[in-house]
Design a protein around this ligand. Structure first.
Ligand code: G
Ligand code: G
Ligand code: MN
Ligand code: NA
Length: 250
């Protein structure tokens, strides 16, 4: 297909880049870290969304070299920030086949010199859905090395709550769809309350995604959600912008 060919060209011609979105400590308002988000600038079509091209990169296997590049690029960027800040990187389920994820993370940390405690990896419920001994062992190795595993888009997938107990997960990211309606829908509020309460009880950090209004910020902070992410706190920006924001916040 056309997209497959375009992606090969994009990889060869270095059309990919990363942007960084701040993740803020709810109580203090300080930046705690940044999520690295992949972008593709196509010479004719302009910016292509990762939701459009990541599935194709997963089918073709390009996600393996691309994912390795994302990890290294993000870790190198984070070495320039104040030491208290972390960088969070999204991992595809494909990267967990054959222990690739562990090798790639190890290599990114070694080549960048970033402390493992400053790296978070975001996995989705789909990674856990086909969970084999490999995923479990990899997550355990991550957490033994001090790397935080964050469960992304929490609440939208199929994972059972048992995962939170038996897998080495350090953070829950509450999906944006719940945050969007948290002020208007009693059901969404109830779900957010339950997730935030669960995180607190289990001693997990908790990031609310897609925070766009002051009202959401106040409510989530009052509920005890530890971290906030969304356009209200900052849109994704270039590596240079992240560095400026990181220094200004320290
Ligand atoms: O940044 P944006 O909202 O366009 O991201 C859309 C989706 O793409 C999100 O689900 C996000 O997790 C995913 N995504 C962004 N960057 C990466 C990446 O580097 N690797 C993987 N596997 N997914 C990513
Ligand atoms: O699945 P994941 O959480 O990794 O996806 C992150 C995506 O969410 C990114 O594509 C990012 O651009 C988008 N995003 C981040 N903050 C907001 C927000 O406040 N509102 C909306 N609509 N999207 C957001
Ligand atoms: Mn994410
Ligand atoms: Na998410």
């Amino acid at each position: 297909r056309e997209m497959e060919v375009d992606l090969q060209t994009a990889w060869r011609d270095r059309q990919f880049f990363l942007v960084y979105q701040p993740i803020v400590e709810a109580e203090s308002g300080r930046i705690a870290g940044f999520e690295a988000l992949l972008r593709w600038r196509h010479p004719e079509r302009g910016l292509v969304s990762p939701s459009d091209f990541i599935p194709v990169a997963e089918e073709t296997g390009l996600i393996l070299p691309l994912g390795a590049w994302v990890l290294t690029e993000a870790c190198v960027a984070a070495t320039a920030w104040p030491e208290s800040l972390f960088v969070s990187v999204n991992l595809s389920p494909i990267q967990f086949r054959g222990a690739e994820a562990f090798r790639q993370v190890r290599s990114a940390l070694e080549s960048s010199g970033l402390a493992p405690s400053r790296l978070e990896v975001e996995i989705t419920e789909s990674t856990l859905l086909h969970e084999g001994p490999m995923v479990r062992a990899t997550l355990e190795q991550f957490s033994e090395e001090g790397i935080t595993v964050a469960l992304d888009d929490f609440g939208t997938g199929y994972s059972s709550l048992g995962y939170l107990r038996t897998l080495s997960i350090g953070r829950i990211k509450v999906d944006r769809s719940f945050i969007e309606q948290v002020e208007t829908s009693p059901q969404s509020l109830a779900i957010v309350r339950a997730i935030v309460g669960l995180a607190r009880t289990l001693g997990l950090r908790c990031t609310a995604e897609g925070v766009e209004t002051e009202g959401q910020r106040r409510l989530l902070t009052a509920e005890g959600c530890s971290h906030l992410q969304g356009y209200l706190l900052g849109r994704p920006g270039s590596a240079e912008e992240a560095l400026r924001r990181a220094r200004a916040s320290a």
